[in-house]
Design a protein around this ligand. Structure first.
Ligand code: PGA
Length: 268
């Protein structure tokens, strides 16, 4: 059988340079024991993954080191923190820095999640400091953007997301941006059961990719992974991931159940 370039039997793969990512954002859920069995169950399934596919567990801080040691022998599984502080170290009781995360082997950090923006007052200015810390510490930011229902209804989502990116990601160099993953998460779809349609997701992802081409360069536009988040689940992952500019998902609720996460991982 002759394989087309970029196509491996049994898998679809549009662009070998781009990473296809499924990241589970556990948020403030699960006990240590539950988290431990979730990761064991997912790793034990040993599902086949194409070389540019990867899975990430964004675990709460107290579980990260354990999850990190569980995934360390699985080359396509990584850990992410759900937040980091704006500084490297110092008298900031209760905070965790990117430097600390890097020192235990964490590879990624979610920044700009709408829950952090809304409940913890994280502005673009704060996010720039966090992005800088993450990059200086060698972490890869998973940077979230996305509009509210009101903005979507007004039809100004493209302008809104452009502003979010101009105030943050676009202030960095192409080399720094190349270490990021963009997560498009329409706020109206997060935890609501409402998902963006494949068409809505594709339109926004293509729009963001075009902005990246224009702000940075064409090859970064091709290479950067843009993942979708907001009620992504086994029933809709295949359709969403089938869109040419959707490179995977940031998964909340469905990342807490091993079978669901595994099904999503196999939805490319
Ligand atoms: P959800 O969360 O999948 O539960 O909608 C996604 C997210 O907040 O990252």
């Amino acid at each position: 059988m002759v394989l087309l370039p970029g196509v491996v039997q049994g898998f679809k793969n549009r662009n070998l340079m781009r990473k296809m990512i499924v990241a589970g954002n556990w948020k403030m859920n699960l006990s240590f024991q539950q988290a431990n069995s979730l990761v064991h169950d997912i790793l034990r399934a040993d599902i086949p993954m194409q070389t540019n596919h990867l899975a990430i567990f964004a675990a709460p801080f107290p579980y990260l080191q354990n999850v990190q040691s569980l995934v360390s022998s699985h080359s396509q599984f990584f850990t992410a923190a759900q937040n980091c502080h704006t500084g490297k170290s110092g008298a900031f009781t209760g905070e965790v820095s990117a430097f600390m995360l890097q020192s235990i082997g964490v590879e990624y950090v979610i920044l700009g999640h709408s829950e952090r923006r809304e409940y913890f007052g994280e502005t673009s200015a704060i996010l720039v400091q966090k992005l800088r810390q993450a990059l200086e510490s060698g972490l890869r930011p998973i940077f979230c953007c996305g509009e509210t229902r009101l903005i979507r209804d007004a039809g100004t989502q493209n302008e809104y997301v452009t502003k979010q990116l101009e105030e943050t990601v676009f202030l960095f160099s192409p080399e720094q941006a190349a270490r990021m993953v963009i997560a498009y998460e329409p706020i109206w779809a997060i935890g609501t059961g409402l998902t963006a349609s494949a068409g809505q997701a594709q339109d926004m992802h293509a729009f963001i990719r075009n902005l990246i081409r224009k702000r940075f360069n064409a090859s970064l536009g091709e290479e950067l992974s843009i993942i979708y988040g907001g009620s992504c689940k086994p029933g809709n992952a295949r359709e969403l991931f089938g869109c040419p500019d959707v490179d995977g998902g940031l998964i909340g609720g469905s990342s807490l159940v091993a079978d669901d996460f595994l099904q999503i991982l196999q939805s490319f």
